[in-house]
Design a protein around this ligand. Structure first.
Ligand SMILES: *[C@@H]1O[C@H](CO)[C@@H](O)[C@H](O)[C@H]1NC(C)=O
Ligand SMILES: *[C@@H]1O[C@H](CO)[C@@H](O)[C@H](O)[C@H]1NC(C)=O
Ligand SMILES: *[C@@H]1O[C@H](CO)[C@@H](O)[C@H](O)[C@H]1NC(C)=O
Ligand SMILES: *[C@@H]1O[C@H](CO)[C@@H](O)[C@H](O)[C@H]1NC(C)=O
Length: 786
C-alpha cells in the first residue's frame, strides 16, 4: 500500500482525518476580496468618539463640559458634538474664517466653535420653534405633532458681514428670517422679523430642497405647496425682481426634487431629479437634470411676467458603457479649485433599478464646459399632437433665446423660450467610482498635493448607513477607497457633510449630532510599507522620525510616498545601498511558539489591508497542505513530524509582497536547531499555542491497527464527532467569534488563547472593539517594517 510508504503511520493518518473533519465543522469563512462590486475600502474602522456632555444652564454662556470616550476603534477617535434635546443636525454653514460652524437643528440654530481640534464647543444657541398656532394648524391638517410639525431648518446662508439668512419648514408653513451676528454669536430672533418663506424652504421636512446665495440674491429650488406637487425655482432677496418657474408650461415635472445649486459667473445651475417625459418607456422613468438660469434675468414684460426668461434644462447622464444609467442624482458639488481652467461638478447617483437589497451608487464628474456646450446646442420640442419630443435645431432669433444677453428680450424670443426649455443633448459625465452594496447620500471634494507635487482629487462620501468613504481619484479617472469609517453604531444616513479645509476636517451631521472627522490619521500606518501602500495623498513616511505623518506645507521632499503605484519597493528602500535593492523580506521579529506534537495550532495573521492577498509559507514551501488549512486568515496547523520550522504570512498588494508576521514553531519535547538563515533576527517567545487539541494522547488509548483503519475511523468519526464537538466547542466558539480577524474581547480562558490574551494586554480600549467590526488586527507587533 502506498500510504505506509509515505512514512505515515495510522495515528498520523487518523490525525489528518480528524483534522480534515474539524475543518469541515468550521463555519465557512467569508471571502474578503470584492467580486465585481467596485473598489473596496482598504481599511475599515468603527469610529470611537470623544464627546463633550455640556450641561446648558439658563444663561447660555456658562457651560460645564465633561469629556466622555465611547467604545470603538481607537485608531479613529473622532469628536462628536451632541446635546440632550437637540436633534436633526441637517443644515451646516461654515463661517468665512472657518472658525465657526453654524448648524440648523430642529427648532434651533447653533454656533459651534471649531477652532480647536477637539470636540466642537457650543458658543451659543438660539431657539427658533414654530409658533404654537402653526403647530396646531399643522396637527389639524393630519401631520404628526411628534415628527413633522416642527421648524426644521432648511436654509442657512451668510447674507452679509453682520447677518445670516435662515428658513425653516415652520410646521408645514415655511418661514424665513435674518439673524444678526455679534462676534460670530447669534442674536435671538424676534418674532416680528420672521416672514413667509414659501418657495425658499419646503413645507415637508422630507422634501428635498436647495438654496444658494450669490451676489446678495437667494436662488432656491424646492416644493412650493403643502401637498408637495408644485416644484419651483425661485429668486428672492437682493435688488432684482422676484422670479420663478412657470407652472402651466411644465418646465419642471411635478415630482422634481432638487439636490444642489451652484452659482457661476453669469448663471446659476440647479441639479435635480424628475420623471422623464421625453422618453417613451413602459414604466415611470426617473432622470437627472441640470437646469440653468441667468443671474441677469429680469423677467418678461408682457409675456413671462415675473417668470424666468432664461430657464433651460438638460439631462445629466452618469453611466458605464453598456450599462443601465445611474439615473437618480443625490447630491452635487463644484470643486472650487482655481488651478484648473476647466472646473468640474462632482455628483453622486443611485439607480432606479435596484434589485432589492443590493443598492449601488456612482460618482460622475461633469465638466462645466460640457454643460455650457449642451446649453448652447439644439433644443427639444414637444409635438402637441403626437405628444412626442422631437429635436428642434437652432433658432434664428438673435441674441439666442436663453442666453444671458443684456436688455429686454423680444416677444418672439420669449414665446420661443416658453416651449424650448429642454436641451436635445444630454450632458455626459465621466464615471469615477461605481460601487454596489452602498448608497451614497452626500459628498464633498477637495484636492490634495502629494509629495511629488501632483494634485489628487479626494472625495469624502457619506452613505445611507452612516459611514464615510474617503476616495482618491487616480490618473486614469478611477477612484480607490483609502478608508471607510462607520460613524454611527446603528445604520442611519449621513444627512450633511461640510469640509473645513484649513481645519483639515470634514464635519458630518446626522440625526443625533455632528462629527468632526480629521482628513486622515496617518499614524495608523505603522510602517513605511503600510504608509506607502495606503496611497493616501495626505500621508507620507518621514524617514527621519520613522513615522507616517500628515504632509505639511511646504512639502518636505525627502518624505516617501508613491501615489501612482503605491509600491513601497523603491519608496521604502533604506540606506545609501538600499536604493538598488528591494526592501528586505527578512522578518524584523520572529514569534517563537513552543508546541506539543499532535496538537492543532492556530497562527493568526493581522490583515492590515483588505486589498492585499495573503498566503502562508512554511520554510520555502507554500501551504496549506493536508495537515494545515487557512481559516479566516489564520493558519491552522496539525503538528506532526516535519511540521516544525518557520511559518510566515505574506501580504501581496500593488505587486509588492512582504511578510506580515513570522512564527518559529518548535517542539516542546525536542527543540530544533536554529536556522542559520534567521540568525540575528530578534525573537519573541509566545508562550503556548492558541488552540490545542489533544488528538494523539486520546487516540493512543484506543486499540486499533492498520487493516482496520477505515472501519475504526468511520466508527471513531461517529463516536468522536460528538466528543470532538464538545471538546472543540470552546476553541471553535473562539474561532467563530473571531469575526474577520479581530476578537480579543471574546476570548476569556487562559489555556484557550494565550496568543490572543497577549493581544488583549494592549490598551483595553482596543480590546473593547466588538467582534467582526475591524478588518485589521490591532496587534501590529508582528508587522515587518522595511
Ligand atoms: C490615530 O492612530 C493612532 C494609532 O493607532 C492612535 O493611537 C490615535 O489615537 C489615533 N488618533 C486619532 C485622533 O484617531
Ligand atoms: C400630540 O397630540 C396628541 C393628541 O392631540 C397629544 O396627546 C400629544 O401629547 C401630542 N404630542 C406632542 C409632542 O405635542
Ligand atoms: C446686512 O443685511 C441686513 C439685512 O438686510 C441689514 O440690516 C444690514 O445693515 C446689512 N449689514 C451690512 C454690513 O451691510
Ligand atoms: C486662487 O486664486 C487666488 C487669486 O487668483 C489666489 O489668491 C488663491 O491662492 C488661489 N487658490 C488656490 C487654491 O490656488
Amino acid at each position: 500500500m502506498a500510504l505506509p510508504a509515505l512514512g505515515l503511520d495510522s495515528w498520523s493518518l487518523l490525525d489528518i482525518f480528524l483534522f480534515q473533519l474539524l475543518l469541515l465543522l468550521l463555519p465557512p469563512s467569508m471571502t474578503v476580496v470584492g467580486d465585481g462590486q467596485g473598489p473596496i475600502p482598504r481599511v475599515k474602522y468603527h469610529a470611537a468618539f470623544i464627546s463633550e456632555v455640556s450641561c446648558l444652564s439658563t444663561d447660555s454662556s456658562s457651560l460645564t463640559p465633561s469629556h466622555h470616550l465611547s467604545t470603538g476603534d481607537g485608531r479613529r477617535a473622532l469628536s462628536l458634538f451632541h446635546q440632550k434635546g437637540l436633534q436633526d443636525f441637517d443644515t451646516l454653514l461654515l463661517s468665512g474664517d472657518e472658525g465657526t460652524l453654524y448648524v440648523g437643528v430642529r427648532e434651533a440654530i447653533l454656533a459651534l466653535d471649531i477652532q480647536d481640534p477637539g470636540v466642537p464647543r457650543l458658543k451659543n444657541m438660539i431657539p427658533w420653534p414654530a409658533s404654537d398656532r402653526k403647530k396646531s394648524e399643522c396637527a389639524f391638517k393630519k401631520k404628526s405633532n411628534e415628527t413633522q410639525c416642527f421648524n426644521f431648518i432648511r436654509v442657512l446662508v451668510s447674507f452679509n458681514a453682520t447677518h445670516l439668512y435662515a428658513c425653516g419648514t415652520f410646521a408645514f408653513s415655511p418661514a424665513c428670517t435674518f439673524i444678526e451676528l455679534q462676534d460670530s454669536n447669534l442674536l435671538p430672533i424676534s418674532e416680528d422679523k420672521v416672514v413667509e418663506g414659501k418657495g425658499q424652504s419646503p413645507f415637508d421636512p422630507a422634501h428635498k430642497h436647495t438654496a444658494v446665495l450669490a451676489d446678495g440674491t437667494l436662488y432656491s429650488g424646492t416644493m412650493n405647496n403643502f401637498l408637495g406637487s408644485e416644484p419651483i425655482l425661485l429668486r428672492t432677496l437682493g435688488s432684482q425682481p422676484v422670479l420663478k418657474t412657470d407652472i402651466f408650461l411644465q418646465w419642471l415635472q411635478s415630482d422634481a426634487s432638487f439636490v444642489a445649486s451652484i452659482p457661476s459667473t453669469q448663471v446659476v445651475y440647479f441639479f435635480f431629479e424628475e420623471t422623464a417625459s421625453e422618453f417613451e418607456f413602459f414604466e415611470k422613468l426617473h432622470t437627472s437634470r441640470v437646469a440653468r438660469i441667468c443671474k441677469n434675468d429680469m423677467g418678461g414684460e408682457k409675456l413671462l411676467q415675473k417668470k424666468w426668461t432664461t430657464f433651460l434644462k438638460a439631462q445629466l447622464l452618469c453611466a458605464q458603457p453598456g450599462q443601465l444609467p445611474f439615473n437618480v442624482i443625490r447630491h452635487a458639488v463644484l470643486l472650487a479649485d482655481n488651478s484648473s481652467n476647466d472646473p468640474h461638478v462632482y455628483a453622486v447617483f443611485t439607480s432606479q433599478w435596484q434589485v432589492v437589497g443590493t443598492r449601488s451608487s456612482a460618482v460622475c464628474a461633469f465638466s462645466l464646459k460640457d454643460i455650457q456646450r449642451v446649453f448652447e446646442g439644439k433644443y427639444k420640442e414637444l409635438n402637441k399632437e403626437t405628444s412626442r419630443w422631437t429635436t428642434y435645431g437652432f433658432s434664428d432669433i438673435s441674441p439666442r433665446p436663453g442666453s444671458c444677453s443684456e436688455g429686454p428680450s423680444s416677444d418672439k424670443a420669449l414665446t420661443f423660450m416658453k416651449d424650448h426649455f429642454l436641451m436635445d443633448e444630454p450632458v455626459v459625465g465621466t464615471p469615477l467610482l461605481v460601487k454596489s452594496g452602498v448608497e451614497y447620500t452626500r459628498l464633498v471634494v477637495e484636492t490634495a498635493q502629494g509629495v511629488h507635487g501632483h494634485s489628487h482629487l479626494v472625495m469624502y462620501l457619506g452613505t445611507s448607513t452612516g459611514s464615510l468613504h474617503k476616495a482618491v481619484v487616480s490618473g486614469d479617472n478611477s477612484a480607490y477607497l483609502v478608508e471607510e469609517i462607520q460613524l454611527f453604531p446603528a445604520p442611519e444616513p449621513v444627512r450633511n457633510l461640510q469640509l473645513a479645509p484649513t481645519q483639515g476636517a470634514v464635519f458630518a451631521g446626522f440625526s443625533g449630532g455632528i462629527w468632526r472627522i480629521p482628513r486622515a490619521n496617518c499614524s495608523v500606518y505603522e510602517s513605511c510599507v503600510d504608509c506607502v501602500l495606503a496611497r493616501d495623498p495626505h500621508c507620507a513616511w518621514d524617514p527621519e522620525s520613522r513615522i507616517c505623518r500628515l504632509l505639511p506645507t511646504p512639502i518636505p521632499k525627502s518624505w516617501k510616498q508613491d501615489m501612482q503605484q503605491g509600491n513601497p519597493g523603491w519608496a521604502c528602500a533604506s540606506g545609501p545601498m538600499g536604493r538598488s535593492r528591494l526592501p528586505q523580506s527578512r522578518p524584523q521579529i520572529i514569534k517563537e511558539v513552543l508546541a506539543v506534537p499532535n496538537s492543532i495550532l492556530e497562527l493568526p495573521c493581522p490583515h492590515l489591508s483588505a486589498l492585499a492577498s495573503y498566503h502562508w509559507s512554511h520554510g520555502t514551501a507554500t501551504i496549506p497542505d493536508a495537515s494545515s488549512a487557512v481559516y479566516r486568515g489564520s493558519l491552522l496547523l496539525l503538528l506532526r513530524d516535519g511540521a516544525w520550522g518557520l511559518y510566515q504570512c505574506w501580504a501581496t498588494e500593488n505587486d509588492f509582497s512582504y511578510p506580515v508576521v513570522s512564527y518559529w514553531v518548535d517542539s516542546q519535547d525536542q527543540p530544533l536547531a536554529l536556522d542559520p538563515e534567521l540568525a540575528g533576527i530578534p525573537r519573541e517567545r509566545v508562550e503556548a499555542p492558541l488552540t490545542r487539541v489533544g488528538g494523539g494522547a486520546a487516540l493512543a488509548a484506543q486499540r486499533s491497527y492498520w487493516p482496520h483503519f477505515l472501519t475504526v475511523t468511520v466508527l471513531l468519526a461517529l463516536v468522536l464527532s460528538g466528543a470532538l464537538i464538545i471538546l472543540l466547542a470552546s476553541p471553535l466558539g473562539a474561532l467563530r467569534a473571531r469575526g474577520k480577524v479581530q476578537g480579543c474581547g471574546t476570548l476569556n480562558s487562559r489555556e484557550k488563547a494565550p496568543l490572543s490574551r497577549e493581544q488583549c494586554l494592549q490598551p483595553p480600549k482596543e480590546c473593547r472593539t466588538s467582534a467582526g467590526d475591524v478588518d485589521i488586527d490591532n496587534n501590529l507587533q508582528g508587522t515587518e517594517v522595511a
